[in-house]
Design a protein around this ligand. Sequence first.
Ligand code: GLP
Length: 256
Amino acid sequence: MEIIICRDYGEMSKRAAGVVADLVRRKPNAVLGFATGSSPIGLYKELIRLHKEEGLDFSGITTFNLDEYVGLAGDHPQSYFHFMHENLFNHINVPRNRIHVPSGTEKDHAAFCQRYEAMIRKAGGIDLQILGIGSDGHIAFNEPGSSLGSRTRMVTLTEQTIEDNSRFFKSEKDVPRHAISMGVATIMEARKCLMVANGKNKAKALAAAVEGPVTSLITASALQFHPDVMVFADEAAAEALTLKDYYRWIDASRRQ
Ligand code: GLP
């Protein structure tokens, strides 16, 4: 794992976006995995800027999102489909027919989840998966206790996640109780993973994920077994990392 500690949210977003942009320039038909949540919004803003000001071309990419709330249709303002269009897709030139966000409104969720996995395989697998981290250490909606071998499926959200995400809804009771989420094993198959973590309420989860034991109680810890992971964290999120001075030293040596 490469841990990159950034001065603030702005630097974290810019540097993380740089990795995505480099891949898109090198491989114009890259398959990108996107995440929702407030953490990657700055990264998406920077990708939009690179598109508008520097002509970064997304016309060849294919996208797969990590998750979606069960019961929210794409036009619901709190759906992840809507979030991705508002915060990224509407502002870049990605072809609409190559955007994939799990559907939370299928009659047969299990069959949909299998189709979603098949679509990822058919696209050649995910080249780069962007991730945030929940305050309980989850990736996508793989809550504590999710099998580290899990695939795309319907999950039940924890009370903590419902509380965390209630800030986007009118009230806590409006937050759906279930979601469709890529599994930990689905994410682990991405050729590269890039996590962004910011703010002090992520410090404990990030330290547990990166430096703690690999456990299904912190599903992000599975990434310790992934051969190519970059974690961009701001100072506040990096606060509880035991080896933070070493990570800074590595990053400084690399940039010399
Ligand atoms: C949700 C999403 C995750 C995201 C997490 C953290 O649970 N399913 O993919 O990482 O929220 O969100 P935020 O970045 O807003 O803290």
